[in-house]
Design a protein. Sequence first.
Length: 245
Amino acid sequence: MTFSKPYATREALEQTIAHHAWLNEHAGSLRLPAIRTVRADGIDFASIEGRHARFTDAPAVATVLGRAHAAAWKGDLHRALLTTAHPLADGRELPDFVSPRIAALRRHRAAGLVNAHQMTAAQSLLAASPATPVAFYKDTNLRNVLITADGPVMVDLDDLTLAPFGYDLAKLLVTLAMTYGPLPPATFTTSLACYNQPLIDAGLPPVPIGRFLGHAELHHLLTLPYLGKSGYRHPWPTVRPDRRT
């Protein structure tokens, strides 16, 4: 069985194929649905039997992400900078971390979703040191993680960018809390510990909890337009972990 996904443009379709190939080559144990058929306006992926992630799945997903990010850094991204697009093998690029998010925040500011103080805080969170190790971001919201009998499978490969370590895991926890309500406080520390262990094993520095929660705050600002949509019922300020401790 297959799952067919349409694409509005050939460029978007080919970009997803390039992301799929890069992740398969560099992201280690990250499980992806196989591509069965490429059509003129869509891709047929292997159908995956599973359910969307819940907060109890966060530690297992964190371990998978940690392994994948460490593998990608070792295999390719050790040469990358967060502020510069990274070349892929077919001539395409992984967008940098900073510029797409600054552009999104400016749109949110113009729409009245982000105030001046939040914009300044976000720019501080986006400030990247040249020495910051680089991972990737593939929008690991709970609907893009299918929990199967054999473990997590990551779906939806349309958006892939560079990102600091821990950023994609923060997206998962923010979207879980915005969907289901306040998470048990230990969810954040336990998930981060599970994520950090593969990094430590690879000789990379672990992500501190303060930086991790900073990533969560940035996701909050970038997710504001989706509040009330796609199951996001709980504003982040009402469910962030510092309100539960």
